[in-house]
Design a protein around this ligand. Structure first.
Ligand SMILES: [Zn+2]
Length: 422
């Protein structure tokens, strides 16, 4: 194992020397899979960045790599080698400072992509996988809300919904950090954009966020509309509505704890954010329970929208997506169906062109290209890295609870109270 050192910036962080760690891992990989590497002098390296909030005001980011073999999808966390962990804000400057040594080592390999192990020379091919926010940061683009937030093309945000447009692709050489098309910094990695792959898990999480928001806002809007028709005089509370109540019940019937709250002062409607497994439960089970939760005339189209996204996501996450040629057409149809709900029914404003997000554009405009090129995108999933982050989170809390206990012992007054809580 190479030694651990502090990352070079002013934040807290630790790192391994990337080259030493990588060569150690590559030697073992070749020794463990001799047959594969006898026929192939080529090593594919998946770089993963994953940020997570460990507590309020405490953000960590792990940078890791794993080695990919053709035809194998191994997302186990034991296959993932953490290069560095930092406690810092997720912004360009922090990533540039803290991962400076690692980016320099990877850029060195990107310039001269070969290593020699036991007298054999292997070419190297790097991929970068992360959620959209981190991909934009690492490649020097503004946030996802910017005018030109697609990493792979220069579509304007007002045209993101338009499935008839041919999008003008970007390339690494376009990213000069001069402000053109929302590109405000130089990329931290000199990686071709067809080697930068969005994470399928984050795609599902963010698209289902949009679908759930649309259900809630439509139900609320319809309930308000009904109340107006009935000329009910009393002060109207949005969550009294029948559709909203039915929707909460339907989501709970799917085995997901859920509630919708209304802020007394602002009247803003809020609900807890759901984790991946809960969202998958809703994708499978909620569509059939939507009767009574939406305006009656919108139910069939809304059910289809959810079911079609579930089908699309099953193709996206398949290890051998046999129907990938259909993906481009079915995702385009899906966006158009989404917009049709806004054109035909005027409850709420969530099925409108300006509500088509960068993830939805990516799903429809680019994802099938990645599947065509690399057979599947499941191999690039950040799932295993998320598990590493979960383990790190547990260690962090154990350590910070331990530290608090030590402090309290020193204080002598709060020990009893603390132990009770634990
Ligand atoms: Zn695009």
């Amino acid at each position: 194992m190479p030694e651990i050192t502090k990352t070079p910036g002013n934040n807290e962080g630790v790192q391994f020397d990337f080259k030493t760690l990588f060569i150690n891992v590559a030697k073992k990989e070749i020794a463990d899979h001799q047959e594969y590497y006898n026929g192939k002098r080529h090593i594919k390296v998946k770089l993963c960045a994953d940020g997570a909030k460990y507590s309020r005001g405490c953000n960590f980011c792990l940078f890791s790599f794993s080695i990919l073999r053709d035809g194998v999808v191994n997302l186990s966390s034991s296959n993932i080698h953490v290069i560095a962990a930092i406690r810092a804000k997720e912004d360009y400057e922090s990533l540039a400072d803290e991962f400076r040594d690692i980016f320099a080592a990877i850029n060195f390999y990107l310039d001269d992509p070969a290593i020699t192990i036991n007298g054999n020379t292997y070419t190297l091919e790097f991929f970068l996988c992360a959620d959209y926010k981190l991909l934009l940061l690492i490649m020097g683009l503004k946030a996802a809300s910017a005018e030109y937030s697609c990493l792979w093309c220069t579509v304007h945000k007002d045209d993101r919904y338009n499935m008839t447009l041919t999008h003008c692709p970007r390339s690494l050489s376009d990213l000069k950090g001069n402000g053109d098309f929302s590109n405000i910094h130089k990329p931290l990695l000199n990686l071709d954009l067809d080697h930068i792959i969005p994470d399928e898990l984050h795609l599902m999480l963010r698209v289902t966020d949009r679908l759930i928001t649309a259900l809630i806002q439509t139900a609320k809007s319809y309930d308000q509309h009904q109340h107006r028709l009935e000329r009910i005089r009393r002060a109207y509370k949005v969550l009294d509505g029948e559709r909203i109540k039915n929707l909460i019940a339907a989501i709970r019937e799917c085995g997901v704890y859920f509630n919708i709250y209304e802020d007394d002062e602002s009247g803003k409607v809020e609900w807890p954010s759901l984790l991946g497994p809960d969202k998958l439960k809703l994708l499978k089970n909620l569509p059939d329970k939507l009767v009574g939760c939406q305006p009656p005339e919108m139910v069939p189209l809304t059910q289809n929208l959810w079911k079609d996204f579930d089908l699309i996501y099953s193709i996206v996450t398949s290890r051998m997506p046999t129907r990938h040629h259909q993906l481009r057409e079915s995702t385009k149809k899906w966006i158009n169906d989404y917009l049709d709900l806004g054109k035909e029914f005027k409850y709420g404003d969530f099925y409108y062109p300006d509500k088509v997000t960068p993830y939805m554009h990516l799903l429809c405009a680019h994802l099938s290209d990645f599947i065509d090129k690399y057979d599947n995108v499941k191999q690039f999933s950040c799932q295993g890295v998320e598990k590493k982050n979960d383990v790190a989170k547990v260690l962090y809390h154990r350590k910070s609870d331990g530290d608090k206990e030590e402090e309290e012992k020193g204080d002598g007054k709060t020990v009893g109270k603390k132990k009770m809580r634990r």
